[in-house]
Design a protein around this ligand. Sequence first.
Ligand code: HEC
Ligand code: HEC
Ligand code: HEC
Ligand code: HEC
Ligand code: HEC
Length: 490
Amino acid sequence: MMPQPSSRITGRDHGQFLNKGPIVFKNFLTSITRNGISLIGTGLAIAGLVLIVSLFVMEQLGFEGGPYLGILTYLILPMIFVTGLILIPVGAVLYRRNLRRRPGGESTPLLPIFDLNKTKTRRWMMIFVGATMVNIVIVAGATYKGVEVMESVEFCGMACHAVMQPEHTAYQRSSHSRVSCAECHIGPGADWFVKSKLDGAWQLVAVTFDLYPRPIPTPLHDLRPARETCEQCHWPTRFVGDTLKIKKHYEEDEANTELTTALLLRVGGEAGKKSSGIHWHVDPGVAIRYRSDETREEIYEVEYTDEDGAVKLFADRKAPEEGGIWRDMDCVDCHNRPSHNYKAPDFEIDVALRDGLIDRTLPYVKKEGLRIIDAEYASHEEAREVITTELTKYYAENYPDLATDRADDIRNAATVLGDIYSVNVFPHMKVWWNTYPEHIGHERSEGCFRCHGKRLRTAEREQISRDCDVCHSILAEREVDPAIITQLNP
Ligand code: HEC
Ligand code: HEC
Ligand code: HEC
Ligand code: HEC
Ligand code: HEC
């Protein structure tokens, strides 16, 4: 939009000029189309603008385009639009530089001269300022919507679809499926917002050029402290007290015998002035930090400072004396999988049997199901195929009558097993059943026992308790019809 001198309208006086709108417009057009680069810029800006406006109008009319349309309308097209706007003056300057290089062109100044005493120039300035204001509104609007798009679950989970597919799938099955990725991964405030956008830019490059690690490494060493994210929604010291947990397991026998475990879990929290139980660790008066290896699975030292400032240091004598990483303990040291919790095959089959998704009257379905899905297949499709063939083959060989009579139940069980595989294992990202250990409890990893164990001791040989009653009372452990259940449900 650089004004260019044009012989055709020089010398016209004020009155004449005001009435010559079309000529001004034509002159404007020549100035931005006279050189190739500005011409491309103009083309891009106009195409971008027309598309942004039409897609925006379509969206307002209720047309559902899905996340990719949002990314196109508010991220990609605005970038094209702005690139176009930048190319226009760049083209004009380059064009003038070229003119100057020609014989006799030395007198052409590199930049246009603005003489505000000339009516024409003032007129141009008005057009320029007006157009710039419109552009600012468009770019600001698109930026606002663009940020909204970038913060959306669809963008985080789908823009990098193949990469984030494991996290996105697990997330959709978690109790946080309505909490956006940004609420845990970015949280409120400008500093983390900027940091996340810088990280995000790198991630886009990594995805484009296939530079990201498979699987995505865990833990996240630069995750924002839980104080600033989880605690936006969860009150750390809310008193939960004892929670009764009833778990169903199934034996790997012909009858898939149902076993019940009942635990009274001492979650605790702050009651009155005193914290107790498991949530005691996050009492504001308690400070625990620990030194561990990169993975946080091997803990070398734990330092606990109580309200009065007394310090207890528990150390593993065999651990390396130097190195490792110190970290302040927070929610994520126990709840490391609040949203991306990949379950164990055993656990998943138990849930499917409990809920009747897999028919428990199929002989050995637990044992065989487990054998077939606890394996590495090249893709979800291959997994589903092999699972179906293997399960059908097993029944055909061992229970030929049942294989024909209950072909539907068998096929259904195979489908459910395939589903279980597909939401927990992601071959293209090298995510297998045990890639991401869960730290709640001590079943899927050492979990609580990383600290609560024999290895770590104070100088006085005191250790962090591993008594079975510190964290829970075990009311029944893998029992058939335990008395406690009959008491609760007479
Ligand atoms: C309830 C909070 C929460 C939400 C919501 C959430 N995450 Fe996470 N995410 C975490 C925590 C906590 C970790 C870190 C685990 C660790 O460091 O041990 C994590 C880790 C990750 C990792 C690293 C790999 C791994 O599993 O450790 C990726 C990638 C990720 N999240 C992507 C996402 C995406 C994409 C979304 C939205 C679809 C999302 N997250 C939503 C809490 C959350
Ligand atoms: C934006 C709000 C929000 C944020 C941020 C958030 N949560 Fe939650 N969380 C919820 C809601 C809502 C529920 C209850 C879901 C339900 O009842 O189904 C919940 C449930 C839970 C539960 C119990 C259910 C379960 O999956 O075991 C745990 C544990 C939990 N959150 C931990 C965390 C941790 C750890 C973080 C930080 C990494 C976090 N939450 C961040 C809103 C949030
Ligand atoms: C020492 C480990 C540990 C720490 C640290 C911890 N939690 Fe928990 N939390 C647990 C355990 C264990 C449970 C019970 C899990 C279950 O019910 O299966 C639990 C349960 C919960 C629940 C569900 C409570 C309910 O009503 O059933 C929420 C929500 C929760 N924690 C949030 C948090 C938040 C937020 C933080 C950080 C401020 C935190 N936790 C820190 C171990 C911990
Ligand atoms: C980073 C190390 C660490 C981890 C991980 C850890 N704890 Fe602890 N825990 C401690 C320390 C230190 C104490 C205090 C020991 C003492 O005072 O002798 C403690 C004390 C406790 C207590 C007693 C609280 C009281 O009322 O005095 C309970 C219950 C407990 N932990 C449960 C758990 C559970 C459940 C988990 C796993 C979900 C867990 N802890 C994981 C370090 C840890
Ligand atoms: C530091 C705390 C802590 C200690 C000590 C502890 N546990 Fe646990 N235990 C847990 C937590 C937390 C869970 C998980 C509850 C859940 O899944 O929500 C659990 C779960 C269990 C389960 C249920 C597993 C399942 O899924 O069926 C059994 C059984 C169990 N513990 C046995 C024991 C025994 C036996 C001991 C003594 C050697 C012990 N625990 C010591 C914290 C502890």
